[in-house]
Design a protein around this ligand. Sequence first.
Ligand SMILES: *Cc1c(COP(=O)(O)O)cnc(C)c1O
Length: 242
Amino acid sequence: MTEKLSNEWEERFRAVEENYKRICDGIARAAADSSRKPEEITLLAATKTVPVEVINHSIALGISHIGENRVQELCEKYDGYASVDVQFIGHLQTNKVRQIISKVSLIQSVDSLHLAQEVSRQAVKAAKQQDILLEVNIGREENKSGVLPEALPELLEQVAVLPALHIRGLMAIPPADAAKSETIRFFSRMTQYFIDIKNKSMDNVNMDYLSMGMSADYEDAIRAGANMVRVGSALYGARVYR
Ligand SMILES: *Cc1c(COP(=O)(O)O)cnc(C)c1O
């Protein structure tokens, strides 16, 4: 590697270190604001487009959970990851479930019975218990992944009985263009669904994770009740798509 190139890596590593510290401080602050301990909040690093070298540097710093959102990218990078909990957070096509089933601890983006059935089928084949979150289209956006809030109770019941699947919580991505106050309302509504479902104590449904909040709003999400935030660009810098 040329000197210039290695300097660029060094600079990127230093930036990730500073960003990581800032995010940890932000999580601690927001956790305290909502009377929780920082350890109760899981920071999931959203690693799309991020080179494995940079991901592994962040793992050395303390990142313990990462999420990819494209099947092909996850499969290409998978063998290069240092020891880390790998999750899937993107839109998942049924015909690609097979490729990730042995690789991920949690699929955060299950939003239909059809997809859940395929995850269940592949989990049975792989002889594993697959943890999933149900993704909710909280902003009711057209062309956006996620089940509509009013369809969530029925989907929960249908998915909870599938073999080799375990529902561990909910995930949401509020509209990107929403004002801050509106985003906070979406987060609060998700927390209400999360608590309502938790109080129902359904078989095979454990509301352990409420995954919401990204680079721009993870502190707001935690204050509203999130216990998992998915942070990409605030940790790794702006994404470069190639
Ligand atoms: C990319 C991505 C994130 C992180 O986005 P940032 O704004 O860069 O923090 C979170 N969740 C999902 C599903 C993503 O695809």
